[in-house]
Design a protein around this ligand. Structure first.
Ligand SMILES: Nc1ncnc2c1ncn2[C@@H]1O[C@H](COP(=O)(O)OP(=O)(O)OP(=O)(O)O)[C@@H](O)[C@H]1O
Ligand SMILES: [Mg+2]
Length: 346
């Protein structure tokens, strides 16, 4: 018989004790020729069984309440009131305990894994951040030192060095601004201000805002065809940020006299796909999986000249995922890139 509940062990123990007493009685009877009455053979073992059952049961109940309650206190991190903690010796206490402690251990190991992941992420993030800030700080330091060591009096370089130092300051301030945005979005993640708005109109507005930047490279903006207004359900301000970052990248990494094209596709009844395509540098396939990571840049030196800190796409991904939507990229090196994301139709 497999003993599952405490009460089964107690019954077996008391029964064993009763049998033992019975055997002792028989032996004593024969050894001392006492000639016991049959009633003695029945009553004494029976009484032993009942009394020992009562004693074992009481002791075990106390043991359960005291010791196992302690274990539950630890894993549930709270104090039980006596009436809340009612375990009976006729319950399958140990299976329940095993189940509960296993569950507890699993939750804790999941939590530890998550914390370790976050710690690794933070370490990498801080490392990247320090690295990103170091370059402009060193260059500013260099220009200021040169100015102090005589450059200031040299009409040929003083102005230029000051301007270069200012460029470094601008870079730092751009990085800090992006970081600020990212942490704001992270903080704000669940408080999207969802409204219905016209995504075609919003794209036109962003085209207008970025016209100046595009003009420097003679890049033209266009829609793949003429669109009627399309209503979507999203946080307009944040989607404006997404379009700004993607279109701004299509200019930074687009080619001279190139084109940035925006397309809208109906994916199904509920979803709209928005695509921002350029015919610029393109991105090698090996870079695509990491493209949306913070500070990730394909060509560090070139991107640095262009002035990017590698946070634009991380911000974009953040916003799209906060909407419960997806972002994707396809690209051919030398031919161009297409970034696409989905939105809920209104
Ligand atoms: N349209 C594109 N064509 C080619 N490469 C791109 C394009 N968009 C992004 N990339 C590559 O992905 C990298 C990351 O882009 P991201 O926008 O995150 O950063 P960034 O443009 O360098 O800096 P910023 O934070 O100012 O946007 C870029 O450095 C660039 O190498
Ligand atoms: Mg960018």
């Amino acid at each position: 018989m497999k003993l599952i509940k405490p009460i089964q062990a107690i019954i077996l123990g008391s029964f064993g004790l009763a049998v033992l007493v019975l055997l002792v009685l028989i032996v004593v009877n024969f050894a001392m020729s006492l000639d016991f009455n049959l009633l003695v053979y029945i009553l004494i073992p029976l009484l032993t069984g009942v009394v020992s059952f009562a004693i074992f049961a009481a002791i075990f109940q106390i043991f359960l309440n005291e010791r196992i309650k302690m274990i539950y206190r630890v894993i549930a991190k709270k104090k039980f009131k006596d009436e809340e903690f009612e375990m009976s010796i006729s319950d399958d206490v140990f299976s329940k305990l095993e189940e509960d402690t296993t569950k507890w251990a699993k939750v804790h190991s999941d939590q530890i894994e998550k914390l370790e992941e976050q710690a690794a992420f933070r370490r990498e993030f801080l490392g990247n951040l320090a690295h990103e800030l170091k370059t402009p700080v060193f260059s500013i330091q260099g220009y200021i030192l040169t100015l102090l060591e005589g450059g200031l009096e040299d009409e040929n370089v003083n102005r230029e060095f000051l301007e270069r130092a200012l460029n470094g300051v601008d870079r730092i301030s751009a990085i800090l601004e992006d970081l600020d945005k990212i942490s704001m979005y992270e903080f704000d993640r669940y408080s999207l201000k969802i409204t219905d708005f016209n995504i075609v109109g919003l794209t036109k507005k962003i085209f207008g805002e970025l016209e100046g930047k595009a003009g420097d490279k003679n890049i033209s903006f266009e829609f793949s065809k003429s669109y009627e207004p399309i209503k979507v359900k999203a946080d307009e301000g944040k989607i404006a940020q997404v379009l700004t970052n993607l279109i701004s990248n299509s200019i930074s990494y687009g080619s001279q006299d190139g084109t940035t094209t925006v397309r809208f596709h109906d994916l199904d009844q509920k979803k709209l796909l928005v695509e921002v395509a350029d015919n610029g540098l393109g991105i090698a396939e090996s870079h695509l999986p990491r493209l949306f990571e913070r500070f990730y840049r394909v060509d560090k030196s070139r991107a640095r000249n262009i002035g990017g800190s590698g946070l634009g796409l991380a911000i974009v991904k953040h916003i799209i995922e906060a909407h419960g939507q997806a972002i994707n990229v396809r690209s051919t090196e030398g031919k161009g890139s297409t970034f696409s994301f989905t939105l809920e139709k209104a």
